[in-house]
Ligand binder design. Structure first.
Ligand SMILES: Nc1nc2c(ncn2[C@@H]2O[C@H](COP(=O)(O)OP(=O)(O)O)[C@@H](O)[C@H]2O)c(=O)[nH]1
Ligand SMILES: [Mg+2]
Length: 209
């Protein structure tokens, strides 16, 4: 067992916000999750925190229209000394939901855009993409938006259990090429098998200090 490995030991829901006045206080360092509706964001949050009911997993996409804040506690051992960090995970509304009305979409981007452009606490963003799909216009637009906002971003390819190992690796190469990523900026994940859990926690914690 690697004692220096971070683990997430507690997680709780804090608040939902549709404007900055509703952000939780005191502010803390944040990581945010973003992706198309139904990509597996809630499932990933539940897998990482090992809290099955923390984020609501839904069969019908497009329900979450608020920023949802969770408070996470990470722990590691440095020799005999326990090292802990408390930070916020922010679950952003899903994008690219075709049945959303046009003015709804515009409202979505203004709201999310304001957060991504202005948050002083946001340390990194995980952009989730279903490993089975080709890169879609909305995914590419979102990634470039994050680059324009100068947000450190990692692509998480979700539902890795749905493909064979070989097919999954091939898809990872497609996304690396399309987005211009090296291996440190992309990871495959399965929320049913919890594969890469320690690896993703380690990478996220590199941005929290
Ligand atoms: N097989 C598999 N299914 C998943 C995985 N992650 C999510 N799902 C399923 O995908 C659907 C959408 O998941 P959800 O977490 O609600 O997506 P969200 O809309 O992005 O929050 C649900 O039916 C989940 O059970 C995964 O890693 N593997
Ligand atoms: Mg969700």
């Amino acid at each position: 067992m690697n004692l220096k490995q971070w683990d997430l030991i507690t997680a709780k829901y804090l608040a939902s916000a549709v404007n900055s006045a509703q952000y939780p206080v005191p502010p803390m360092e944040e990581i945010a999750f973003i992706g198309r509706s139904n990509v597996g964001k809630s499932s990933l949050i539940n897998s990482l925190t090992r809290c099955r009911g923390l984020a609501r997993v839904s069969g019908s996409p497009g329900k979450t229209q608020t920023l949802n804040f969770y408070e996470l506690c990470a722990k590691r051992m440095l020799g005999e000394v326990e090292d802990r960090r408390i930070f916020h995970l922010v679950d952003l509304p899903g994008y690219g939901f075709a049945r959303t009305a046009k003015d709804n979409r515009e409202q979505w981007s203004a709201f999310i855009g304001k957060y991504l452009e202005n948050s002083e606490n946001l340390k990194m963003v995980c952009q989730l993409i279903d490993i089975r799909h080709k890169p879609m216009d909305s995914d590419i637009a979102c990634y470039h938006w994050l680059m324009d906002c100068q947000r450190p971003t990692m692509v998480v390819l979700t539902k890795a259990d749905k493909l064979s190992k070989g097919a999954g690796l091939a898809q990872k190469e497609v996304f690396k090429r399309e987005f211009g990523l090296d291996d440190s900026r992309i990871i495959t994940y399965s929320s049913t098998a919890h594969t890469m859990r320690n690896e993703l926690i380690t990478r996220v914690m590199d941005y929290i200090d």
